[in-house]
Design a protein around this ligand. Sequence first.
Ligand code: ADP
Length: 369
Amino acid sequence: LKRKLALDVPLTDNSVPANFDSGVKVVVRMRPLRHDKEEVDSSAVKKISNDSLFINGQNFTFDSVADTNATQLDIFELVGAPLVENCLAGFNSSVFAYGQTGSGKTYTIWGPPNSLSEDNITNDQRGLTPRVFERLFARIDKEQTKHSDQQLKYQCRCSFIEIYNEQITDLLDPNQRNLQIREDVKSGVYVENLTEEPACSMKDVTQLLIKGLSNRRVGATSINSESSRSHTVFTCVVESRCKSSADGISRFKTSRINLVDLAGSERQKLTGAAGERLKEAGNINRSLSQLGNLINILAEVSQTGKQRHIPYRDSKLTFLLQDSLGGNAKLTMVCAISPAQSCRNETFSTLRFAQRAKAIKNKAVVNEV
Ligand code: ADP
């Protein structure tokens, strides 16, 4: 089912909230040790305070460090609640979960398997995404009631994709493979023929999440499984229309929420790969390594103030999310780490990545439609 819910010719509300915070927010989440498999008494990482930790003789400071005691609700309050407010204020707002396979990205973004169900939306284990939409719909209700005199109305529509081997699959219609990204003046960057479903309630979103997640490549997580090498992106476009009581003119705002579960950041072993296999391995990583390049470039531009070409188009993920990475965008990186000694090197490189992301400052540029 493909529906287009575009409103009339939009007149955008260009106001930038006074409290616009331009930085990329970086939250580190450390998962608990797995007692069945990992040394219990030797953590490679030490949390020092609510925003800093220590590893390999080095201190790192971020916006927040959530340790093994942090609950799914804590992470929602830290990351999800501000995401909803930013989106309602008109900013494209994204959360990316970054980290090695097994560090807790999927747990953070969606929750463990079976935590999502239509008749039980109170499961404590449910992840960031269902909690974000519960809050979003509650806030929309409140805003519509508060501004009923201005006939404020919101509409949401959702899509769900997987990027594997630089190919985009529609998780809401998995027969649609190898979809192409297009760009034009009217619609900006979009995926051609992608299913977009209207969503008016938590029930609608839960159904879409259950359907899409079950269509991912492989459910089980292991370092070499295909699932650990694919990116999943759930997007919700939020449109609002409001009639000014002063001049009677309708004003429109459009912004999007992206929840992104990235491929495992561990370096893929290319040993023995040749020809097509080698090409495939390169493609699998291209979106992730290109995201790393962009983070480096955006951080450099923020620090030096020098303009540079930003190569968004060099991978599917960065091309698709370019409106959510720079300019008018609010980005939160949840960097998932394991405290296990065996993960020390990967954890260290995740924290180095997180540190570079922290250096980015976006500009409060407003969308022009
Ligand atoms: P990733 O998506 O990074 O590969 P997962 O989210 O699948 O990792 O997490 C690996 C395992 O660790 C899963 O069994 C998950 O339920 C568990 N896990 C991850 N983070 C936490 C946490 N904060 N608390 C409890 N269990 C967790």
